[in-house]
Ligand binder design. Structure first.
Ligand SMILES: [Zn+2]
Length: 303
């Protein structure tokens, strides 16, 4: 079963406007000085949610066209970072649950909860496992906390108990958020404390690649996802990354993730799938299926 381990529900309620606005502000500064203002504005305007899809119908069409069986849909708790633009968290959970019910078997929801929610947050996580069958925990440290903060230990205890993986963002993000606590090594203390919980470094194959690969090589319960590989392909870096994973013998730690709909402006998933595994002949058929299918199985079978 081909699984995309990193996607989001495309709605302004789940990916709020200020998140995208920060990207637009930064891109204007990076453009060449002689570019006419109308072009600058047009490029900056691309950094917004182009096609809202709260039902998941468009996403399922994308999955079908790309030959992907199921996608992990990651809840991000922006409640502390963008309180004015983010609905009550339980509503966001309900939106994801409704989408999963509408498309049976196609979406695996990961709970996203900011540890500053205290015991109410832990209760929500426990209920979402029991009632809604969430399949993992999503952390977004740019909202202002470390993935190794002891306040997360009750969540990790629940993950260990229910054999659920933790997917945590690494690397820079919207400039409206903090880049602190977004390095792979920020996960290291938690990964050492909870050897029975599997941690996925989101975007680890694209940003902070050295540290992410190092942890994947030496820390048994650390995995890396490919979310954002579209950018690495465009930069001409992707073949190098795959070769590095092959040379170091860590392709068994690499997981296919697309970050849909974040890179939707670069084209449909079906067009990107052949490029995910690099130039022809770089990976064997078995290695390809590790990244797309087999490696994911280990995440839900930890002891
Ligand atoms: Zn993402």
């Amino acid at each position: 079963m081909i699984l995309d381990c990193h996607t989001h529900l495309a709605s302004p309620h789940t990916l709020p406007e200020p998140f995208f606005a920060g990207w637009g502000e930064n891109i204007r500064r990076l453009l060449p000085p002689d570019l006419p203002e109308r072009h600058r504005a047009k490029i900056a305007a691309r950094y917004r949610l182009e096609r809202p899809d709260p039902s998941g119908d468009q996403h399922v069409s994308e999955l079908n066209a790309a030959g992907i069986d199921a996608a992990v849909s990651l809840i991000v708790d922006f409640g502390f970072a963008f309180p004015e633009a983010f609905p009550p968290l339980e509503e966001v959970f309900a939106l994801h649950h409704a989408m999963a019910l509408r498309h049976p078997g196609r979406f695996w929801v990961f709970a996203g909860i900011d540890p500053r929610r205290g015991s109410a947050g832990v209760d929500l996580f426990a209920r979402s496992i029991a009632k809604w069958g969430v399949r993992g925990l999503k952390l977004y440290p740019p909202c202002g906390y470390s993935p190794s903060d002891p306040a997360l230990d009750p969540y990790y205890d629940l993950c260990a108990q229910h054999k659920l993986p933790v997917l945590t963002h690494t690397g820079p993000t919207s400039p409206r958020l903090s880049f602190q606590h977004t390095r792979p090594m920020d996960v290291e203390a938690a990964a050492q404390r909870f050897p029975n919980v599997n941690f996925i470094l989101a975007h680890g194959a694209v940003v902070h690649r050295e540290d992410a690969a190092l942890l994947a090589e030496y820390r048994p319960n650390v995995y890396v996802d490919t979310a954002g590989f579209q950018v690495a392909v465009k930069r001409g870096e992707w073949n190098d990354t795959l070769m590095r994973y092959k040379r170091h013998g860590i392709l068994r730690k690499l997981l296919f993730g697309s970050d849909w709909p974040i890179h939707a402006e670069h084209g449909p998933l079906s067009g990107w799938m052949p490029r995910l595994t690099g130039e022809p002949g770089l990976l064997t058929a078995a290695e390809r299926s590790w990244i797309l299918e087999d490696n994911h199985r280990e995440l839900w079978s930890c002891t």
